[in-house]
Design a protein around this ligand. Structure first.
Ligand code: AMP
Length: 416
């Protein structure tokens, strides 16, 4: 399958060629024809699958085909709502790249920075708007933008939106959209509340599901280090020192934890930066910029700040803390092993995180290999009890049980 076979118009095709995209990813192959026909779509897929292009290309193509270049002023005809600022910026960058050979204009609005330059760009006229919910409603309330002419609406990362408490904002936005529109709804997971929300947005939709397994198991090498909480930083320093050239995102469960890791790494002479919700938008953009252009190899992130960040050639993901929601593990390790690259995902697991590990292994339906014999192995009694006996001990125990009550010299059936 090629993009030509998907009947992509020449200006977009040219932009894709210059990006070096030769073949559509599975979600693109499935979603693009549905969307070009004007249908609604429920996409169950996470970032890293090529989902942005899967919705951006058909939206650009439909606007390109229907647009009248003479019409002034421009009206906002496509709206993409996404939970985080970083993701919004990234989606806008993708739209700009794929539409660079058309006359279509896009812009991005998000909170945490002054609104003046965003309003200025809106006033110049845009066709496509990418927004986080808060700033979008804020500017609507100030009568600085209207959703009256929206023809294409995308709700991206719906599960994350709900986790972040955006449900009321989403409901408000939905009430402002025209009835007649194409709606796209993307979520990495589909619990009941997400399904219900999708039903209020979509009409006669088609569904495309790209299983997280494709994005994880096949391309990402995963491993677990059992380690005491107090040894995690030293283990991290060890691993980074052995792989200092690799672009690495280290995930921390808390903002405070992320800052602490940056400090400890600095004491060990390792340069890193944290991105999380307590950092100013400018600080986050600076850190991300330095990371993307290779000045900085190590980024310490919380889940919300990192979700959806697309850094090409991200070689390693380290889970300094295991997430308590197993799906988050899949999102995190999806930062590496994207499109064509293969990646490495290392997780630290202390005694208290064993239950999280079990949930994760259940979700991904595989056992993550354990790295034995490293300098910081947790071999405390408590750890042993949580982990359970080693394989050899289990076998010895089973043999012992099996032989109970049997004559000592009885020959065992070699096949058993
Ligand atoms: P996304 O899931 O949208 O975050 O995309 C993940 C990564 O895959 C991004 O770096 C995209 O630029 C890249 N990508 C998307 N579609 C393709 C494609 N058809 N071929 C190669 N890379 C792609």
């Amino acid at each position: 399958m090629t993009f030509k076979e998907l009947e992509i118009v020449a200006p977009i095709q040219k932009a894709l060629d210059s990006k070096g995209y030769t073949t559509p990813t599975p979600i693109q192959e499935q979603a693009i024809p549905i969307l070009l026909k004007g249908n609604d779509l429920l996409g169950c897929a996470q970032t890293g699958t090529g989902k942005t292009a899967a919705f951006a290309i058909p939206i650009i193509q439909q606007l390109f085909n229907s647009s009248n270049t003479q019409k002034r002023p421009k009206r906002i005809k496509a709206l993409i709502v996404t939970p985080t600022r970083e993701l919004a910026i990234q989606i806008a960058d993708n739209f700009a790249e794929y539409s660079k050979n058309t006359h279509l204009k896009n812009t991005v609005i998000f909170g945490g920075v002054k609104q003046a330059s965003q309003v200025g760009r809106l006033k110049q006229g845009v066709d496509i708007l990418i927004a986080t919910p808060g700033r979008l409603l804020d500017l609507i309330n100030q009568n600085l933008l209207s959703l009256r002419y929206i023809e294409h609406f995308v709700l991206d990362e719906a599960d994350q939106m709900l986790d972040m408490g955006f449900i009321n904002d989403i409901k408000k936005i939905l009430r402002l959209l025209p009835e007649r529109r194409q709606s796209l709804f993307f979520s990495a997971t589909m619990p009941q509340n997400i399904k219900e929300l999708s039903q209020t947005i979509l009409h006669n939709h088609q569904t495309v599901t790209i299983k997280p397994k494709q994005a994880t198991a096949e391309k990402v090498g995963q491993s677990i280090y059992f380690v005491k909480k107090s040894d995690k930083t030293n283990l991290l320093i060890d691993i980074i020192n052995q792989n200092s050239k690799l672009t690495t995102i280290v995930f921390s469960r808390t903002k405070h934890g992320a800052d602490k890791v940056v400090k400890k790494l600095a004491q060990a002479g390792i340069k890193s930066a944290a991105i999380h919700g307590n950092k100013s938008q400018n600080a986050r953009q600076r850190a991300l910029g330095a990371f993307k252009n290779g000045e900085l190899n190590i980024l310490i992130a919380t889940d919300i700040a990192a979700r959806g960040i697309d850094v090409s050639d991200l070689a390693m993901v380290i889970n300094f803390d295991l997430p308590n929601v197993p799906e988050t593990y899949v999102h995190r390790i999806g930062r590496t092993g994207r499109a064509d690259a293969s990646g490495n995902a290392i997780s630290f697991c202390d005694v208290e995180e064993r239950a999280y590990l079990r949930d994760i292994e259940k979700l991904i339906n595989q056992k993550i290999p354990v790295i034995e014999g490293h300098d910081f192995v947790d071999d405390s009694k408590e750890s042993f009890e949580k982990k359970g006996p080693s394989k050899q001990k289990q076998q010895a125990r089973r043999k012992g049980n099996a032989n109970k009550g049997k004559p000592k010299n009885r020959r065992r059936n070699p096949k058993s």
